[in-house]
Ligand binder design. Structure first.
Ligand SMILES: *Cc1c(COP(=O)(O)O)cnc(C)c1O
Length: 428
């Protein structure tokens, strides 16, 4: 496989863009080697600038649940753009999208649209602090909530891969207000709440972690967290940026029967365009300006083109059988990967919830940050490059989730498993 054009572009990019990329994980630092530059994508496949083709298991890190350039989304984008790319004023589409989000996720009674997941989580924390009058927040080790200052403490993959556990530029005085607990350890939350519960505005969590690789919540862990939050008046902020509209139509909260106080969304909700949202209890969202005193705004918030893409995406997902089909493809992939690893004598732990999965190169269970760190990253890197060579684009880090899209059918599953057979054997 020839990567001449990608290499030339990366050389140019490094001159004018920090690290040559506009988001760190894209630089392949987690696996070594140079990143691949893409020129086009359709359905399950991406084509790089040298003409090589790959089945995509990244899906733009989650948004592309329907695959690349899904025709109804592309049509909706073109149609909206012809009527103006931005008004900076209210329009019907944003009302329709807000109504659709609230109807799909019942804990969300009112919602504000923003342009990214980071914007959504930063705003949700501000609202939680404004509503409760408390300053501390609790997050969980390895969970990632975007690149906002309050979250760059034990923040998982992107930060982890670069070895920057606390980013320079985040004042220590601010980081001190972010308490952390291990994921899947309810006793740790009990101890923190017993000491500081009445000073904590909110607990923010990825219900299924995707940003340390996939971590599955233990039975009743999320329900117990919700009950503890209620006992101490700590708001529960469910960060569904990755899981929302993906693990079920109503997200992880539908799957696990949760009723968070606030939720954050991005990725799937925007259908591949820059769009995020935060929302929840009516009395809490009433604090948001101009209804209330907590300030939050955005020039391109509710952008008509992004909203049109989001609406087209959510409407397509409402078709009957969508999530059952996604589960079926994802399960076939899981079973095939486990079988190929076993046949090659390569020990792995495969974690999967719905269409999110990670192959960890270790033979012990992975359920939190410490157990994930036992994975052999050197082995993952070899596996990653072998898969890339065979035409499968995996997330370029051991500590990221792979995403299955509805564009992946039986031929693509066969292609991935044939590649995995070679890649595992090369390790065995
Ligand atoms: C991707 C992600 C974010 C950040 O979203 P951006 O759109 O990249 O700002 C926040 N939380 C979770 C759980 C995510 O997966």
């Amino acid at each position: 496989m020839n990567h001449t054009q990608s290499k030339a572009l990366f050389t140019r990019a490094q001159e004018r863009i920090p690290g040559g990329v506009n988001s760190p994980v894209r630089a392949f630092r987690g696996v070594g080697g140079d990143p691949v530059f893409f020129r086009e994508a359709a359905g399950a496949w991406m084509t790089d600038v040298d003409g090589n083709r790959y089945v995509d298991l990244v899906g733009s890190w989650g948004p592309l649940i329907l695959g690349h350039a899904y025709p109804p989304i592309v049509e909706a984008i073109i149609d909206a753009a012809r009527r103006g790319t931005s008004y900076g004023a209210p329009h019907p589409g944003e009302v329709e999208l807000a109504e659709l989000i609230c109807a799909t996720v019942p804990s969300v009674e009112k919602v504000r649209l923003v342009s990214s997941g980071t914007e959504a989580t930063v705003a949700a924390i501000r609202v939680a602090r404004g509503f409760t009058g408390r300053d501390y927040i609790l997050k969980f080790e390895g969970c990632f909530h975007g690149a906002g200052d309050p979250f760059l403490v034990k923040a998982g993959s992107g930060v982890e891969t670069l070895g920057l556990p606390d980013s320079p530029g985040v004042p220590a005085a601010l980081a001190k207000l972010t308490l952390t607990a291990p994921f899947n350890d309810i006793g740790a939350v009990e101890r923190i709440f017993a000491e500081k519960g009445k000073e904590i505005a909110c607990a923010i969590i990825e219900p299924v972690v995707g940003n340390m690789g996939v971590l599955i919540p233990k039975l009743n862990y999320l329900q117990e967290l919700q009950a503890l939050c209620q006992r101490y008046g700590v708001l529960l902020v469910l960060d569904e940026v990755m899981t929302g509209f993906r693990l079920a139509r109503g997200g992880a909260q539908e799957l696990y029967g949760l009723k968070p106080d606030l939720s954050t969304f991005a990725k799937v909700v925007g259908g591949g365009m820059p769009l995020g949202a935060y929302g929840g209890r009516r009395d809490i969202m009433a604090k948001v300006a101009p209804e209330g005193p907590v300030y939050q705004s955005g020039t391109l918030s509710g952008n008509p083109v992004a909203v049109a893409a989001g609406l087209a995406c959510l409407k397509a997902l409402a078709a009957p059988g969508t999530y059952a089909r996604l589960e079926q493809i994802s399960r076939a992939l899981e079973e095939g990967l486990v079988a190929e690893a076993k046949a090659a004598g390569v020990p792995i732990t495969l974690n999967r919830v719905g269409s999110m999965l990670t192959v960890f190169f270790c033979d012990t269970p992975v359920y939190d940050y410490a157990s994930a760190k036992k994975a052999d990253t050197a082995r993952f890197s070899k596996f990653f490059h072998a898969m890339l060579h065979e035409g499968v684009y995996l997330p370029p880090s051991q500590f990221e989730a792979a995403f299955v899209s509805l564009a992946i059918g039986e031929p693509e599953v066969a292609h991935i498993l044939a590649a995995a057979r070679k890649a595992f054997r090369a390790l065995g």
